[in-house]
Design a protein around this ligand. Structure first.
Ligand code: DSN
Length: 421
């Protein structure tokens, strides 16, 4: 029963606000019953959810531990101090700031700490897998900064570090950003560091997508190379929705000032405490095994989708996500996303490099394994999932077939219950 998951307070909510109570229930049911393949989503632990739903949410705590602008911060101070220590220990970082409300907020702070409006920044292009905050014209980054872009080669769909270096030498950026939302391969941080040193640029890594794999020691860390690393805490990392920044000690003051008072007021202390909980969870052997399994599953899912006749961009994946070129199906990304959705499979349409379709349509889908791995699925289930996706894409016009796929999706997820009552 979904009601029992929320505990005794839920009855009061049902009485007071049945409309919202019903949404909490139906969203929990959706997460339990459907296949969650969005590469940036996960199922956070009940302990993290408990902190998010706690009275820490009531507390104003502008400032930093021991230097607040409000009284009564003794208890929340303890949570933030513990969280900072855990972040530094887990990532081997010299400085950590747990206050960013989101990944985009963290990135605003990084621009503010290291650049002035009008400065040149070099980042991965959005159509090749970058992020809105990496210089998109519809985002503050593209409006207020001169963001130059690098991309992937057309032949192997991997970052071309020679091209990156050539562009850096030409445009002389103040800062170079590595990191993407739809790049299935590992990034060569050592080479990026050498390019930054050559042109005198700050090395910023937006690790939002893969930081959980770093935390689980499943892939190499950017922390030793980068001046500053920003990320979200709710993806593979499996924490609360929010952001975090790690940096060298020399940048600590600039980062902290950029977050507060530079662009945020009071931190969300319930989220800060939840981040501390997630960081403790990430330091366990179980989490390390999980992070490795996420990659094993992503590789298996990419291979199985290729067996279904689709093409994995850059030949597969080394991370938690795969980008799939679905042009062989004759269906575009937008339609595939919608058909999978009707079949109970949550994924997203995604541009592939050099995509002939517009960003609103796309030729691809992005799939990720953080959530299905959390619920215990393994290599055995990946071909089953690939087959369900392929059938939903191909048979999506036939309501009876979609209903049958949905039934199979629900039967599969029932075997791997999330948030058991
Ligand atoms: N929106 C996130 C994603 O899905 O990749 C990036 O911030």
């Amino acid at each position: 029963m979904s009601e029992t998951f929320f505990g005794p307070d839920f009855q009061a909510l049902q009485g007071q606000d049945p409309e919202i109570a019903a949404i909490l229930i139906s969203e929990l049911d959706r997460q339990r019953e459907n296949l969650q393949l969005i590469a940036s989503e996960n199922f956070t632990s009940p302990a993290v959810l408990a902190a998010l739903g706690s009275t820490l949410s009531n507390k104003y705590a502008e400032g930093y531990p021991g230097k607040r602008y409000y009284g009564g911060c003794e208890e929340v101070d303890k949570a933030e101090v513990i969280g900072i220590a855990r972040a530094k220990e887990l990532f081997g970082a010299e400085h950590a700031n747990l206050q960013p409300h989101s990944g985009a907020s963290a990135n605003v702070a990084i621009y503010q700490a290291f650049t002035k409006p009008g400065d040149t920044v070099l980042a991965m292009s959005l159509p090749h897998g970058g992020h809105l905050t990496h210089g998109s014209k519809v985002n503050f980054s593209g409006k207020w900064f001169n963001v130059e872009s690098y991309g992937v080669r057309q032949d192997n769909e991997l970052i071309d570090y020679d091209e990156l270096r050539d562009i850096a030498l030409r445009v002389k950026p103040k800062m170079i950003c590595s990191g993407a939302t739809a790049y299935p391969s590992l990034i060569d941080f050592k080479t990026v560091r050498s390019i930054c040193d050559e042109v005198g640029a700050i090395m910023w890594v937006d690790a939002a997508h893969f930081i959980g794999l770093v935390a689980g020691k499943a892939i190499p860390s950017p922390v030793e190379y980068a001046d500053v690393v920003s990320f979200t805490t709710h993806k593979v990392l499996r924490g609360p929705r929010g952001g975090m920044i790690l940096s060298k000690a020399a940048h600590a003051s600039a980062i902290d000032k950029a977050i507060f008072p530079g662009m945020q007021g009071g931190p969300i202390m319930s989220a800060v405490a939840a981040k501390a909980i997630a960081l403790k969870e990430c330091a366990t052997a179980q989490y390390q095994a999980y992070a490795k399994e996420v990659i094993v599953n992503a590789k298996a899912l990419a291979k199985s989708l290729e067996d279904e006749g689709m093409r994995a961009v850059s030949g597969g994946t080394e991370t938690h996500l795969a980008l799939i070129d679905i042009r062989s199906t004759g269906v575009n990304g937008k339609v595939a996303d919608e058909r999978c959705g009707r079949a109970g499979i949550s994924l997203n349409k995604n541009a592939i490099p050099y995509d002939p379709e517009s960003p609103a349509v796309t030729s691809g889908i992005r799939v990720g394994t953080p959530a299905v791995t959390t619920q215990g699925m393994g290599s055995e289930q990946m071909p089953v999932i690939a087959s369900l996706i392929a059938r939903a894409i191909k048979d999506g016009e036939d309501e009876a077939k979609i209903a049958q796929i949905r039934k199979e999706v629900n039967a599969l997820t029932a075997k791997f219950p999330v948030y058991p009552a």
